[in-house]
Design a protein. Structure first.
Length: 154
DNA sequence: GCCAACGTTGGC
DNA sequence: GCCAACGTTGGC
């Protein structure tokens, strides 16, 4: 039973084009520093799950491509790196606090803008659109996944 | 740059 | 364990 997710990335940091240019078109999803989002990666994601790759904090926020979960969760390397913005001094290799997971490009799509998403009644239930939502990883229902697919084909 | 929402921290 | 202060997110 495949699951679906929406994962936010700031294109200034990692864009859909960065994923397309990565070796094997796979990148580790690092830098998640929110427990709820971490728990989704650690406990619920499975290889093959569908991912809506979402650009946030940018001039045109929205879904920029489709991807797939391509690996098992493992400790996020950036938490141990003092030079990283994501360094967590409270985390140790024996007791890692944060995890990463490999994400593989399925295909770059046209940009399905946040504006367009808000205007689509069939996407009204999406958690990413809920008022006050800040979670960088949210579950997507099969219905929402299919509705996004239809909108992308327009 | 603003600001509302919300998560985290830490003193008590 | 409460909760005020503080930091972050992210659209606008």
């Amino acid at each position: 039973m495949p699951r679906y997710w929406l994962m936010k990335s700031e294109p200034d940091e990692v864009s859909i084009d960065d994923l397309a240019a990565a070796p094997g078109q796979v990148l580790p999803w690092t830098g998640v520093r929110n427990y709820q989002a971490r728990n989704f990666m650690r406990d619920e994601m499975r290889i093959g799950d569908g991912v809506l790759f979402y650009h946030s904090s940018c001039p045109e926020p929205g879904v920029a491509g489709l991807a797939r979960i391509a690996g098992q969760p493992c400790p996020d390397a950036t938490q141990f790196d003092p030079a990283s913005d994501y360094h967590d001094p409270k985390s140790t290799p024996d007791k890692p606090r944060w995890i990463q997971i490999d994400v593989a490009l399925a295909r770059k799509t046209r940009l399905l803008s946040l504006r367009e998403m808000r205007a689509a009644p069939e996407l009204a239930t999406m958690r990413v659109l809920a008022p006050g939502n800040r979670l960088s990883i949210t579950p997507v229902t099969p219905e929402e996944w299919r509705a996004v697919g239809r909108l992308l084909d327009r």
